[in-house]
Design a binder for this molecule. Structure first.
Ligand SMILES: *Cc1c(COP(=O)(O)O)cnc(C)c1O
Length: 427
């Protein structure tokens, strides 16, 4: 007999492309039927058949304080009762901007948008407008949303000029996109020697969360800062995922490297659609209405989204709250390591605050996209399905990072580690 998810997925495929509204949800890289969820509370989610899972996806990052946190639910409900959108300024926008600036000192001015994709595309346009240059540089395996100019897959070889990674993206749009291997500062230096005075911006995930979880090497980010300073290019940190996770102050807080611009998303909306672009006032003021670079949005700064983000960030900024979640992440990874070792399964783990990565590989380290691609994908698929069956929800792809929330506790941890012990024994 089909379970509810199978029935719902069959129906969804009649109406939604591939049955989903975002591609990775379709389980294509792990096979099987996506599980339809109906509720979440704290660290746990429940599917349409009533089965419970410890959640390490957390909506792909946003839910830093867990599902349906009472403070977030209350803030959204209270705000909604007064109207959901005005298309006029509200006090909540300034409140959230103030809180974000307090957490990330590199941000002097901010523009709220509706998604991480929008934040990144606005960053590119602003950097180009401000510098009067056209080229941008990104890294292989870094994802900046589905922005045309950033959907570039580097071809084989060390350095490649941009080739579109998706049909529908004209080569003319990606011609100005340079790509380099992640964590390879020498490759970037070589590109700067040729193109330095035409590069508007370097976009980087300072902790990469879209090639599983791979933190930048400290000298890599510092090197990018120096190259940008010397050439006049903008250094843009895409902290859509690492913001409020790699540390409370994001990867920039963790590494002590200051970008010119920062793209935010995910946690900043606490589960509602929010993105933001922030940075040096002089650069940000180049955006309309103070500057000539056009950017706008009917629902940008939406009151419900601002209220949700504010409640989330206020909670997360209380003393020791983020630190506690980081400590849980460490315990989770130590527990998984110990059980993998006992089962004779080679496992590399990465942690950046409350983000983590699991790699089935006996390589000594994982620092580039190629290292991630060489991991045992088939073993990951068996691990994923085993854990799902045992009530632990990881992202359905070996290229996604994992997340811990402040709601993860002793019960969630021991449920996870007991399941892992059983699943590792079958791998
Ligand atoms: C998720 C993500 C994006 C895109 O954000 P959306 O809200 O999905 O548009 C951009 N950059 C990074 C690093 C991300 O993780």
């Amino acid at each position: 007999m089909a379970n509810r998810s199978e029935t719902l997925f069959t129906e969804a495929q009649e109406h939604l492309v591939g049955g989903v509204n975002s591609a990775v949800r379709a389980f294509r890289s792990v096979g099987g039927t996506p599980v339809f969820m109906r509720r979440g509370e704290g660290a746990w989610i429940e599917d349409e058949d009533g089965k419970q899972y410890v959640d390490y996806v957390l909506s792909y990052g946003p839910l830093a304080i867990g599902h349906a946190h009472p403070e977030v639910v209350e803030a959204i409900s209270r705000t909604a009762a007064n109207g959901t959108s005005f298309g006029a300024p509200t006090a909540l926008e300034t409140e959230l901007a103030t809180v974000v600036k307090g957490i990330m000192p590199s941000i002097e001015r901010i523009r709220m948008v509706n998604s991480g994709t929008e934040a990144c595309l606005s960053a590119v346009r602003l950097a180009r407008g401000y510098t009067g240059r056209d080229r941008i540089l990104k890294f292989r395996g870094n994802y900046h949303g589905h922005v045309d100019a950033l959907l570039v897959e580097a071809g084989s070889g060390v350095l490649t000029l941009g080739i579109p990674g998706s049909p529908g993206v004209p080569a003319a749009v990606t011609e100005m996109t340079l790509t380099a291997p992640y964590n390879d500062i020498e490759a970037v230096r070589t590109l700067f020697e040729t193109y330095g005075d035409t590069i508007a911006a370097v976009l980087v995930e300072p902790v990469s969360g879209n090639m599983n979880c791979v933190p930048a090497l400290p000298e890599f980010l510092q090197g990018l800062r120096t190259l940008c300073d010397d050439s006049g290019a903008m250094l843009v940190f895409d902290e859509v995922m690492s913001g409020f996770r790699a540390s409370l102050g994001g990867a920039q807080g963790r590494y002590g490297v200051t970008p010119d611009l920062t793209a935010l998303g995910k946690v900043i909306g606490g589960g509602l659609p929010v993105g933001a672009l922030g940075g040096r006032a002089e650069v940000m003021d180049y955006l309309a209405p103070t500057g000539p670079v056009y950017q706008a949005g009917t629902l940008s700064g939406n009151p419900l989204a601002m209220a949700s983000g504010l409640a989330t960030l206020r909670n997360l900024s209380r003393p020791d709250v983020h630190a506690q979640a980081e400590a849980w992440t460490t315990r989770l990874l130590e527990g998984l390591q110990a059980r993998a070792r006992a089962a004779g399964i080679p496992l590399v783990t990465h942690q950046a605050g409350t983000m983590f990565g699991l790699f089935f590989t006996d390589a000594p380290s994982v620092v580039r996209f190629e290292d991630v691609a060489e991991c045992d994908g088939e073993r990951f698929v068996r691990f994923f399905h085993g854990m799902l069956e045992a009530g632990v929800y990881f992202a359905p792809s070996a290229f996604e990072a994992g997340f811990v929330s402040t709601a993860h506790d002793e019960a969630a941890l021991s449920h996870t580690l007991d399941a892992a012990e059983r699943v590792f024994a079958t791998l």
